[in-house]
Design a protein around this ligand. Sequence first.
Ligand SMILES: [Zn+2]
Length: 370
Amino acid sequence: MDEIIDSVQSNVPNFLERAWYIGMCNAKEIDRILKPKTVWDFLLKKRADIIADHPRYMRVFLHLSKMKDYSGLESYFSDRHYKEYISLLSKQNQLKCQQIAYGDIFSNDLNGYASYDEKAGTIIYLNESLKYYNIFMNLALLEFKNEVPNYVRVNALRIAIRISMEKEAMDFLLDPRGTIPQDIIIRINDTIKMELQYIAGHEFAHYLCGHFDRNKLTIKTILSSDDGESYEKVYNISQRQEFEADLYSIKNAIINKKDLQKMLRAALIWFSGLEMIEYAQDIISPKSSFAVNTHPSAAERYNSIMNAFDISSSVKNEIDTIRKRVKEYKDFLMEDISLNYDEYGLYGSVYLDEPNTEWRGRELIDRVDY
Ligand SMILES: [Zn+2]
């Protein structure tokens, strides 16, 4: 009897540890998290811990895990953009990149970062929210054959800003916030594919340019929301190195002229969106002069790309139109944020349109439809 009690007691901590991850992870994943052996196990553990530490993500994953096709946490995250970018590198650089791990994670900064620790080694991360942020930011910014109503663009812009501020519930798979016509979503996805490759390329460029210095590590808050904070030991990168990585994300890729222009276009659109995010955040919570910037401003980074490469006339034309929109949106944001602060500051869900309309579709009822 004593033996049975002993065995139950010795399994209690293990049961409690496992319970922490049940729902979002499958059993094999929980084994890997509790006894991490490879850098990919450490990455999985970091992803799971962030979700477990922030109830608002945990709620979403408990919902997701009840869906038929949810098979586990690792397959929830896509690593396509990293692999696609690596495939553009020289053989030698491809081999180097096999030395480190990479993956998307929930974090505050739309920019990526890289962590190091003795056991896990180096891991490159991009913000998981990017894939949703980019849908709405591109819907607000891009030109389409079929006109997008202005109020839909503006709502898309609000959603993108809210995602960047951790105010939008990350349950887009359950509640997509509206319906976007097929031809428009195809154009948006083509752009996102190149944007994500470019952003992943920026992080790989830090590594390939030798910016990751183990003597320059710093503890950084990688996610803070109303319900908790998460920290990570990350590489400290200088502003000069940031500009260098912006250029070498493109220079390291061995691509033809057409694809080069596609990547330049994506980089310029990405920085144009980021410029508006910085602008909105400055209005909402002006930075003190003591605040540390992790990256140079998006406007400076945009100019650095413009000055370093020859941009084709067709890309230039499109970007000119986008830049006009950026200017108009900035004027709009200045007014909108002061008049409708709750649209930006409160946690929840914002939609492209009213229920039962072309851009929204039938209203989904929480706990009935998802
Ligand atoms: Zn960087």
